[in-house]
Design a protein around this ligand. Structure first.
Ligand code: GDP
Ligand code: GDP
Length: 466
């Protein structure tokens, strides 16, 4: 389980309602010992692809006398101490009450991480309360309606980075991805190791976003891959999950597809979210590993497409460009040449990224798209052993030595890959500030070519070592 979330707040704000919505029937622990434990409930929550433990401080009445207030405080403190993250709920219709202030105070002092939830936020009756809740000093409130299941994707968006953080921490403890350098700049893997990568599994699927303008064909694409109209019909129980992401088996490749405006639009229950917004695409980019930028062949490379492709690159995602509706294109050869030319001119930062023509409607080209996605993921995860990198660096320096400003040649001493996803390389260098940008580009382009990583966002840092 990745992390523990405590739902706290005064009685009647909707904690149990939200708890039940997150946990459903998956109650992990029902302790019916009278008295003590009844008032903390624990369950396994499911939100999108997140699984976490949730605890609820239910079972309290409004604190009217002092002993009850004391109990409420104790219980909350216990929940806070047990949790990694606290979701502090207020009743947005009632506005901020003095009891809420007491809770806010406890949380500010005691909790590592607080998310403020303004519940009962369906409709405009909640607007004043939401506005008021900014005054609690706990950041921007998440608008929720536990009863109607609204705002859960915003809650998801808040929790997702935290989940990543906890996962990252767990991974750092297992020495699988981070390289620790010893004195010589060798990593623990030593010599002779092959270039390593990672294969998606059903437990750890490839996370993919399909982004693009409205009507580019995103929903059609995903439905065709699924082979059925799942997006349109998800069963009631699975709604929160399906509205946000969806796991599928793409001819043996486990993939989780993240929500895009196009998917949402078709989701029957999410009608409140019908409005298309760029921010949906942006969020999908943040959650994904591979971003498929889906263009409409009739109107390719519009500014919205360019913006999101650029964002994906800057966020360090692997990018695949797919040109859709290829079935209705008549001058295919000429069109493809034009598209490649436009791609290079308009998105030079994505040089080398694959451009695949598809028809989401007929399914033509989807096998090539699948292969491109898998390959992009593989490159993005690639790890080049230090020994190989250093032999390569020596060759690069010999072929084209760095400049010698003021007669003193800049020395590139050694190099290592500090991170994957996307690949980050660090070069230890005598005067990094004097090394021209063009030399870094020479190295990055060389890395792409020699280690077969076209189109992956490669990060290269020069670090000082004299
Ligand atoms: P708790 O005491 O904080 O656990 O609150 P409950 O979950 O028991 O909810 C208190 C009351 O608020 C119940 O009558 C719920 O039906 C109602 N409630 C919970 N969530 C919402 C919501 O999103 N909107 C509205 N209008 N009522 C809600
Ligand atoms: P979204 O807004 O990006 O999710 O786009 P949709 O999947 O809703 O598709 C928009 C329109 O384009 C629909 O009328 C689809 O039938 C049509 N469409 C999608 N893919 C293709 C394709 O490959 N070929 C053709 N001819 N039409 C397509």
């Amino acid at each position: 389980m990745s992390f523990t979330l405590a739902i706290v707040g005064r009685p009647n704000v909707g904690k149990s309602t939200l708890f039940n919505r997150l946990v459903g029937k998956r109650l992990a622990l029902v302790d019916d010992q009278p008295g003590v434990t009844r008032d903390l409930r624990e369950g396994i929550a499911r939100l999108g692809d997140l699984r976490f433990t949730v605890i609820d401080t239910a079972g309290l009445e409004e604190a009217t006398d002092e002993s009850l207030q004391g109990r409420m405080r104790k219980l909350t403190e216990r929940a806070v101490d047990m949790a990694d993250v606290c979701l502090f709920l207020i009743d947005a219709r009632a506005g901020v009450t003095p009891t809420d202030e007491v809770f806010a105070d406890i949380l500010r002092k005691r909790a590592d991480h607080v998310i403020l939830g303004a519940n009962k936020a369906e409709g405009s009756a909640a607007d004043a309360g939401i506005y008021e809740s900014y005054g609690l000093g706990l950041g921007e409130p998440v608008r929720l309606s536990a009863e109607h299941g609204e705002g859960l994707n915003d809650l998801y968006a808040q929790l997702m980075p935290l989940a990543d953080e906890y996962e990252e921490r767990a991974r750092a403890e297992a020495p699988e991805t981070e390289v620790v350098l010893d004195e010589d700049g060798e990593d623990a893997e030593g010599e002779g190791e092959a270039i390593a990568s990672r294969t998606p599994t059903p437990e750890r699927p490839l996370q993919m976003a399909v982004v693009g303008r409205p009507n580019a064909g995103k929903s059609t694409l995903i439905n065709t891959i699924l082979g059925e109209d799942r997006l349109l019909t998800g069963p009631e129980a699975g709604i929160t999950r399906d509205a946000i992401s969806l796991q599928l088996d793409w001819d043996g490749l486990p993939v989780r597809v993240f929500d895009t405006a196009g998917m949402r639009k078709k989701s029957r229950v999410q009608d409140k979210l019908e409005k298309l917004s760029v921010s949906d695409g942006l969020r999908a980019v943040k959650f994904s590993e591979v971003v498929v930028v889906l263009l409409d062949a009739a109107i390719p490379f519009e500014s919205q497409d360019l913006r999101i492709a650029d964002l994906a690159e800057r966020e360090g995602r692997a990018v695949v460009v797919a040109v859709n509706k290829w079935d209705i294109e008549s001058e295919k050869q000429q069109k493809l040449r034009d598209m490649r030319e436009a791609f290079e001119r308009l998105l030079p930062q994505l040089r080398g990224a694959p451009l695949v023509t598809v028809s989401a409607k007929t399914g033509k080209g989807l096998d090539r798209l699948r292969a491109a996605v898998e390959k992009a993921y593989e490159m993005w995860n690639r790890r080049v052993p230090t020994a190989q990198l250093n032999r390569w660096l020596a060759g690069m320096v010999e072929a084209h030595p760095p400049p010698a400003p003021g007669g003193r040649r800049i020395k590139l001493r050694y190099m290592t890959q500090a991170k994957t996803r996307p690949p980050h390389f660090v070069v230890m260098c005598s005067h990094p500030d004097k090394l021209p940008e063009s030399y870094s580009r020479y190295l990055v382009n060389g890395l792409r070519e020699d280690f077969d990583m076209p189109g992956t966002p490669i990060r290269l840092h020069m670090r000082s070592q004299s």
